[in-house]
Design a protein around this ligand. Structure first.
Ligand code: ADP
Ligand code: MG
Length: 270
């Protein structure tokens, strides 16, 4: 049994060597030190076996709790945070805090993580009613590629800058898809706070194609924060990314999903 698992893992390692994966996780990964430690360990191991990694993260829970401290009530439209000026300030400070924490945890294992934010994304305002929410016009893939080819791991928080130098909040799922597309990534893996995409009865959907994913959104089986994940996944797949995985963030969730045949969450494919 153990031998089977090892052989399976070794096959995947051979297959994935030299490929680019984008890994996105929400801020709640920071709430459990054990989970964060094992995520950092997984990232370093995958880096060491020759997988090129780009990490994207959000800070959803921390932003919302910081907003409440200032008497602001979080509000979302189809999973995207309505961002006024004060909220933007809190978004940026929360994201930087989370970024430092993730970079620090990776670098405890191996000092390869490089924290990045606004230098990666050129944006414009998305929709007036969302306030300071940006839509990505351009990803600085040259910068990212140079960092990766030099053996480092970009850890990116989702803030973009417009042509006048204003900062904008961007949904981390949406940007993860943009990064995956810009870097011709093979896979995008989204770690979240649920087992994966759930059907109408709350059961995990193991595999999902683009057409069914669109239907789940249309029929409102998928709502809230899962909408940008699926939409970003659909876009990434349409632009050449081979597989998108949506998985629950837990101890060693990344290795479990990548190096075993069964995986644990939802796999999106064309
Ligand atoms: N069909 C669905 N399957 C799974 N999650 C769903 C579905 N519809 C809505 N959701 C919601 O999407 C949430 C995940 O998005 P979000 O809260 O933004 O997390 P993250 O911080 O990882 O982006 C889940 O916790 C769940 O409440
Ligand atoms: Mg979210």
């Amino acid at each position: 049994m153990l031998e089977r698992k090892l052989i399976e893992a070794l096959h995947y390692i051979k297959k994935f060597k030299g490929k680019t994966f984008v890994i996105k996780f929400g801020g709640e990964i920071l709430e459990d030190e054990n989970v964060l430690d094992t995520v950092a360990e997984d990232l370093c191991l995958l880096h060491d076996i020759g997988i090129k990694l780009v990490v994207m993260h959000g800070a959803g829970t921390l932003i919302s709790s910081n907003m409440r401290k200032f008497g602001l009530e979080p509000e979302f439209v189809r999973g995207e945070r309505v961002t006024d000026e004060k909220t933007l300030e809190l978004v940026i400070s929360s994201l930087i805090r989370v970024n430092n924490k993730i970079v620090g945890n990776i670098n405890k294992n191996n000092p390869i993580a490089i924290g990045l934010g606004g230098s990666v994304f050129r944006v414009r305002r998305k929709r007036k009613e969302l306030g300071y929410v940006g839509e990505v016009i351009d990803v600085n893939s040259k910068l990212l590629s140079e960092i990766i080819e030099s053996g480092y791991m970009p850890v990116i928080f989702p803030i973009g800058i417009d042509e006048s130098g204003n900062s904008f909040n961007i949904n981390a799922d949406v940007v993860a898809g943009e990064v995956a597309k810009a870097l011709n990534a093979t896979k995008m893996i989204i770690l979240t706070n649920v087992d994966g995409v759930l059907d109408r009865n709350g059961r995990l959907i193991k595999q999902l194609d683009i057409k069914s994913a669109r239907e789940l959104i249309k029929n409102e089986v998928v709502t809230g924060g899962m909408i940008p994940k699926l939409e970003s996944g659909i876009r990434a797949l349409s632009e050449g990314v081979e597989r998108v995985h949506i998985v629950k963030a837990g101890e060693h969730a990344i290795l479990g999903e990548l190096l075993t045949k069964e995986g644990s969450g939802t796999m999106l494919l064309r």
